[in-house]
Design a protein around this ligand. Sequence first.
Ligand SMILES: *Cc1c(COP(=O)(O)O)cnc(C)c1O
Length: 319
Amino acid sequence: MEQLPTYDDVVRAHERIAPHAHRTPVLTSRLTDAELGLSLFFKCENLQRMGAFKFRGAFNALSRFDAEQRRAGVVAFSSGNHAQAVALAASLLGIPATIVMPHDAPAAKLAATQGYGASVVPYDRYTEDREEIGAALAEERGLTLIPPYDHPHVMAGQGTAAKELFEETGPLDALFVPLGGGGLLSGTLLSAGALSPSCEVYGVEPEAGDDGRRSLRAGRIVHIDTPATIADGAQTQHLGAHTFPVIRDRVTDIVTASDAQLVSCMRLFASRMKLVVEPTGCLGLAGAAALAERYRGRRVGVIVSGGNVDVPRFAELVG
Ligand SMILES: *Cc1c(COP(=O)(O)O)cnc(C)c1O
């Protein structure tokens, strides 16, 4: 296994990413503060390029390619934000990208990925294994596979969002972070450890898929079936071999949020803050709301991880 990343890697990732990524705003909302009894700071990665923090990790990983890797290209498998992140980062860096996507992926996601110039290899999600297809493509064509979370360069890149947050707010009492495979949470923990060491950092995962919480309790990576939740960016089945040790050693706790709680956070973001946030992007706020009593009157950060939700689907959920 490659070495685990450190805060130093986050700093270097930030130097690579900063000229290309948006420095997303940190927003506050007096009404929301009053309602929850907290002083909240929202790091708005729903306003990042391609609509989620995943651009940070993908760009950092691709910018570390050597000349040979750049020429041959990158392969990724994803139906969601990681696909678009790799496609955009590859197009900015002039690297050919191949994305393995289910043939029934939403048309908007397919179009966005192709719009960034990536070539899409469709697969049947019921009969074929995307990891096998990705690995075979990597082998046959000499492509470099970039996974969505379990990679030191991806983790370091994701940590740059929290670095920017702490640089703007100073130390915080608590920070709530959406959790799927743990790339965002592990990177965030590296930044928190360096910039706000006494900040209590929580991962927040869907109630239906609490493998992270169970892994933390068990002291080993627990695998589950794909959870049924509207938080499609956090439908992971397990933490990664690289992300788990960082999370195990540094996280304060992992808490969960129900789909109903996510919907009520989507409504709050839309009505109070005029923000479109995808269900997975609401996990942080849902966690902060659940623990509001514990942090009454204190300074609490929330990472708003993404905003990619089709408008008709958004309307259906918040309506
Ligand atoms: C991928 C994703 C997550 C989960 O990130 P991990 O690094 O897999 O834990 C959370 N929110 C959004 C919007 C995502 O796209």
